[in-house]
Design a protein around this ligand. Sequence first.
Ligand code: SF4
Length: 183
Amino acid sequence: MTTEFENAEKEMSRLVEASLKKYGLKPNVLFARLSDITKAASSGLITWSRKNSVWPSLFGLACCAMELMDFGSARIDAERGSYLLFRATPRQSDVMIVAGWVTKSIIPEIKRMYEQMMKPRYVVAYGECATSGGPWFESYNIIRGIDQVLPVDVYVAGCPPKPENLFAALLKLQKKIGGNIEG
Ligand code: SF4
């Protein structure tokens, strides 16, 4: 159970106890069950909301970023899959789509962006370069995939990768957020 859920559960128990005390009642089975139902419902609601409001950050590293722009176009119509507008600040995003090769010099900035993102946060490796270094896999200054630096949730194949494949990858990510795919 995540810290957020633990805090929500404690708060819920505190509220139930306070309302019982107010009416001079003692905790009984009915109230205990009502409290459990409320907790289960709120936990499900939070997961459902997270799954259906994915906020990617506006961020691109190389030519794959052109495909990312296409993903934001009317042709793909990404919002039909609940991928809302790209956010221009990591503080309002929960998904980082790494589009392009990752040089060693940019790693501290990428890590800082990741740390500024909301929790729980997710990473998508978009294209061959972000997945494995792509055509530059033997380069002295490009790493062999963003997963050497950050935990990746979904990989998208292709050089350049199709925006349609990113759409499919985000559907997979949604399933993972909803708990239907093992991490
Ligand atoms: S995967 Fe291909 S299109 Fe994407 S950044 Fe690398 S070289 Fe460019």
